[in-house]
Design a protein around this ligand. Structure first.
Ligand code: ADP
Ligand code: MG
Length: 151
């Protein structure tokens, strides 16, 4: 596992830009952390680094937003509202491990659909301040190499 600290949104997005250089079609990245921890901020940095110019916001009500205009497709899930509904039978599998990179906020609510090979990230607020975050990265299976290459 690798661990980073950022103290502003731009620094979190700079880490996302480094990850953007390493992503490949089929990669699944899970983003765990409480509301306001920085998951969407991170996704916005990754999207920008892929060349996506649309405004990226949490797909809270539609669960999934897709962006096709970057270097590779970006599939952005926010599974928060699936907590009670469950994730089965909605066609989400079509976006996991296919032609794009998939980022998933609240992955615990899609646990049954997650591939074993994935990059797990956690976002944690540190202390009383508004802006210090700890971000951890753990690659599993094929994604181990990404963890190794991130500096
Ligand atoms: P989440 O998607 O996890 O609910 P957001 O990315 O939507 O969180 O919100 C994070 C909020 O915290 C934003 O308002 C952002 O500007 C602010 N923020 C402050 N410091 C940081 C930081 N170091 N990294 C990411 N976001 C930060
Ligand atoms: Mg969010």
């Amino acid at each position: 596992m690798k661990s980073y600290q950022t103290n502003n949104p731009k620094a979190t997005q700079a880490l996302a830009k480094k990850l953007a250089d390493l992503v490949y079609p089929g990669l699944v990245v899970t983003l765990q952390g409480d509301l306001g921890a920085g998951k969407t901020t991170f996704t916005q940095g990754l999207a920008a680094a892929l060349g996506i110019q649309s405004r990226v916001k949490s797909p809270t009500f539609n669960i999934l937003n897709t962006y096709e205009e970057g270097r590779i497709p970006l599939y952005h899930f926010d599974a928060y509202l699936l907590e009670n509904a469950g994730a089965a039978d909605q066609g989400f599998e079509d976006y996991l491990g296919t032609d794009g990179v998939t980022l998933i906020e609240w992955p615990q609510y899609m646990a049954d659909l997650l591939p074993n090979d994935r990059l797990e990230m956690t976002f944690t607020r540190l202390g009383e301040g508004e802006s210090d975050r700890e971000i951890t990265v753990r690659g599993i299976g094929q994604a181990e190499e990404i963890e190794e290459k991130l500096d």
